[in-house]
Design a binder for this molecule. Structure first.
Ligand code: FES
Length: 91
């Protein structure tokens, strides 16, 4: 039998920082094989609460509009603009 464990980690960051950079400051690991260039599509996160910047062309191309509508974003493209809760998606 397995059970789920949810870790909650809160960090304060300055506005206008990508989620990927905020996660690095918080010492949280998000897969980023392209180094945050917006080309690999692996740094997937889900916005649980709050808002981030508008989706970029790279996010629309790599995730598709449906995933974006469901709250999925790329951590290297999404910029923090207000208080937000984010789930790191592990594939
Ligand atoms: S790190 Fe590659 S798309 Fe974000």
């Amino acid at each position: 039998m397995s059970v789920k464990v949810k870790f909650i980690h809160q960090v304060k960051v300055k506005n206008e920082k990508t989620v990927l950079k905020a996660a690095k400051e918080a010492k949280l690991s998000i897969k980023a094989p392209c180094g945050g260039k917006g080309t690999c599509g692996k740094c997937i996160i889900k916005i649980v609460e709050g808002k981030v910047s508008e989706p970029t062309k790279a996010e629309i191309k790599l995730l598709g509009q449906q995933k974006i509508d469901e709250g999925y974003r790329l951590a290297c493209e999404a910029v923090v603009v207000e208080d937000v809760s984010i789930k790191i998606v592990k594939e």
